[in-house]
Design a protein around this ligand. Structure first.
Ligand code: ZN
Ligand code: ZN
Length: 405
């Protein structure tokens, strides 16, 4: 049913130069060799290093590997680790904080971005306002003019306070961060305090971010705005990260690059052909028809080729639309005796036509609709509950009836 022709599920294997059925041990071996060769610290190409690290990240994880084998990169959730982190983890090192001394990176702001299936299908741009701290332009984050900070009197500029206590013959010495300067050793001179930021060094600013939702973006994909989080003096700002959260759709269910839907047709349509209108996610009105002469059975799945989701980053390639059919049968009241007889004539005869006539049968059983009481297990019979129910059912007249000849 699923078309895999458009999905590349081999690139990662080629990247590591291993066969598609390579065991994890071989994938590790291949990565080790390539990672050392292409590591940027050893003069390798950073892009190449990134690609092989990504390939290793996916193929070394059985769950990710199986999604990749089925749907290619589209099947992955889009999150990927930093190539250097993968390298460090692989070679047993802990995650090394790669930052310039004295400049730490601030916290990322992560929020989810609700997207409709229509937006993901056609692509969309959303403008989102964020309120963030920015370095005060008046004082460049110092909290006042140059020289506005002086040594803290309480700790003598050390940032720590030492307490010496005598308990009997013992002298103990404890150190704690100075509370007056919060361990900084410097305090702001009140008379020089910046008026714009009240000495905070940062002010709030509203900023509009234009978020592009690419066609076919995978659910949970992260859209990153580098260094757009809160600014703080002496820090590299963190990133603003939007995580795509695909909302449910009334008709379509997304399955990677494919769309699925259920369609209910009548018995006549099932037997003689159907035709129905379908509005696609981009508003196009499609007429979906069966092939002449085709019979559609309940649970049959039919495909409309290339009417699925666009492939992320290559939106001209599209998946398929898979339609599962439900068939509604006519109601008892909708079929006259006349119609019944006609149908008997028209439709193929039952294959196991009864050879036993009513007269020859020992018993004739007319079946009724089964309900949950009819399928209770033997414990209910042991408790004797069946008798009561039998009586109740008898009153309703819905029970299987026996006619003794
Ligand atoms: Zn102090
Ligand atoms: Zn200021």
């Amino acid at each position: 049913m699923r078309s895999q022709k458009d999905v590349d599920t081999t690139a990662f294997y080629k990247e590591l130069d291993v066969p598609k059925d390579a065991p994890t041990a071989d994938i590790k071996k291949a990565y080790r060799k390539l990672a050392i060769k292409h590591h940027p610290d050893k003069g390798g190409d950073p892009e190449k290093f990134k690609t092989i690290s990504r390939a290793y990240e996916v193929l070394s994880d059985p769950e990710k590997r199986s999604s990749y084998d089925q749907y290619g990169e589209e099947g992955l959730d889009g999150s990927s680790s930093n190539a250097s982190d993968i390298f460090d983890l692989f070679f047993g090192g802990q995650r090394v904080q790669r930052q310039k001394p004295g400049k730490r990176k601030g916290e990322d702001i992560v929020s989810s971005l609700k997207c409709t299936l229509e937006q993901i299908y056609a692509g969309a741009t959303r403008k989102l306002a964020i309120n963030k701290d920015v370095i005060c332009p008046e004082c460049s984050g110092r909290g006042g003019p140059e020289g506005c900070k002086v040594d803290c009197k309480d700790c003598g500029g050390q940032g720590i306070r030492v307490q010496i206590r005598q308990m009997g013959p013992m002298i103990t010495q404890t150190q704690s961060a100075c509370s007056s300067c919060e361990g900084q050793g410097k305090v702001l001179r009140e008379d020089l305090r910046c008026k714009k930021c009240r000495g905070q060094g940062v002010i709030k600013e509203r900023k509009i971010l234009e978020v592009h939702i690419d066609k076919g973006v995978p659910n949970r994909h992260k859209i990153v705005f580098s260094s757009e989080a809160d600014e703080k003096p002496g820090e590299i700002p963190g990133d603003v990260v939007f995580v795509v959260e695909q909302s449910d759709h009334g008709i379509f269910t997304r399955n990677g690059i494919h769309l699925r839907m259920t369609k209910t047709i009548t018995l006549v349509e099932a037997l003689t052909g159907f035709e129905f209108a379908l509005t696609h996610l981009d508003g196009r009105k499609l007429l979906i028809t069966s092939r002449p002469g085709d019979i559609t059975k309940p649970k049959d799945v039919k495909v409309v080729k290339e009417e699925g989701m666009p492939l992320h980053k290559n939106p001209f390639v599209k998946g398929n639309l898979l339609i599962e059919f439900e068939v509604v049968f006519p109601d008892k009241s909708q079929l006259t005796t006349d119609a019944r007889l006609k149908l008997r004539e028209i439709l193929p005869k039952p294959t196991e036509h009864t050879k036993l006539t009513r007269q020859d049968a020992d018993e004739v059983h007319v079946v009724a609709d089964a309900d949950e009481n009819d399928v209770r297990d033997e414990s209910a019979y042991r408790r004797g509950e069946m008798n009561e129910d039998d009586e109740a059912a008898q009153e309703g007249g819905q029970r299987v009836q026996c006619q003794h000849q």
